[in-house]
Design a protein around this ligand. Structure first.
Ligand code: DQA
Length: 146
């Protein structure tokens, strides 16, 4: 089972970016932990980060036929990007939306996600552990489909 992990804008700065909110783990550490956990679950993962909306759209389009499921932390694009929503729906690959912080406990503009209503599920608020929880949820969802 091959999965794609997408990280949106500013997540390349994890480790030093507002550590009180997002924790002290770097993106490389998060990806490494996720890779190990995926392997233990019998899945492979490809991780991709971009600060650019179009690059994220291109990566989603390239996943068609290659990827069983997507984990996506779209960062601020979560709240604004119809282009990412359309790309995810166009490729029809099941996805789980996740966030390190509890977006519902923050500014009101973070309460709405343009991705959430078509996601398999949404995980937020557990810091870097959100990624592992989202991975478990996605794998068990995909296993239940076959
Ligand atoms: C985030 C939450 C978003 O609102 C914010 O723009 C981010 C990070 C999170 O993981 O908590 O960049 O997606």
């Amino acid at each position: 089972m091959q999965l794609l992990v997408l990280h949106g804008p500013n997540l390349n700065l994890l480790g030093t970016r507002e550590p009180g909110l997002y924790g002290s783990a770097t993106l490389e550490q998060i990806n490494a932990a996720l890779r190990e956990r995926a392997m233990a679950l019998g899945a492979g993962i490809d991780c991709f980060q971009s600060n650019h909306e179009g690059e994220l759209v291109d990566r989603i389009q390239a996943a068609r036929g290659q990827t069983a499921g997507i984990l996506i932390n779209a960062g601020a694009y979560t709240h604004t990007s119809i282009a990412l929503r359309d790309a995810l729906l166009a490729v029809a690959i099941p996805y789980v939306e996740l966030h390190l912080s509890n977006t519902h406990a923050r500014e009101t503009f973070r309460h709405h996600s343009v991705l959430a209503d078509r996601a398999v599920g949404v995980i937020c608020g557990f810091g870097p552990a959100s990624y592992g929880l989202a991975l478990e949820g996605l794998v068990s969802h995909l296993r239940a489909q076959v």
